[in-house]
Design a protein around this ligand. Sequence first.
Ligand code: ADP
Ligand code: MG
Length: 229
Amino acid sequence: MALIELRNVRKVYRQGDLEVEVLKGIDLSIERGEFVSIMGPSGSGKSTLMYILGCLDRPTSGEYILDGRNVLELSDEELSKLRAEYIGFVFQAFYLVPYLNVLDNVVLPVEYLPKERRRELFSKVSPEERAKELLSRLGMEERLSFKPEELSGGQKQRTAIARALINSPEIILADEPTGQLDTASGRAVLEIFKELNSEGKTVVVVTHDPEVARQAKRVIRIQDGAIVG
Ligand code: ADP
Ligand code: MG
């Protein structure tokens, strides 16, 4: 079975007196180790889909099977554990905690890991050591004690990527991760995702950049809440 399996996923949002169907029956399977890009116009439902994939939100109806587990049958607490174990999420707007330095931002998600998984991951190396390794690998070793406001866009996004990787998730979801970056930083960030994928991570990137989409092995096009190709 695929790592990610969505079946007939619908999402309805209430907007004032209206109910708006933003996802209209999405069927999607993603295999372990795939690099998939999602493209589509603004407002077509890409972020809504990513939030559902990332267990940050639930569909109104349909099924989501993540590594054989029926996500929609889980309680909020179980869902949040599943998310901490499987998902690294990278946002366009970074969402770093402004009053924490780079190192503390990266270590933060460890708090939400189930205990057994935390023991498994951090028995030999502490979360701080692991964070430092990741940040060095991303060229951020000189910035550990910097606050987010002291970083460039590219540095913020590399911090956010390290944070997404701290729990060694199988799946990296990135929603327009280069949207706020200049071309060079954007390319550098893209290289990181390619490298992570070549190491076995399953990567899903929402992008408007045809160059990024070219790198992906599969491009999913979404329009008006439906997959069109
Ligand atoms: P995209 O990421 O492709 O730009 P989104 O998934 O963010 O699209 O949004 C799809 C549609 O859903 C838009 O019309 C947006 O206004 C609406 N929408 C998104 N989030 C909410 C929300 N929390 N409540 C109501 N409507 C929403
Ligand atoms: Mg979006």
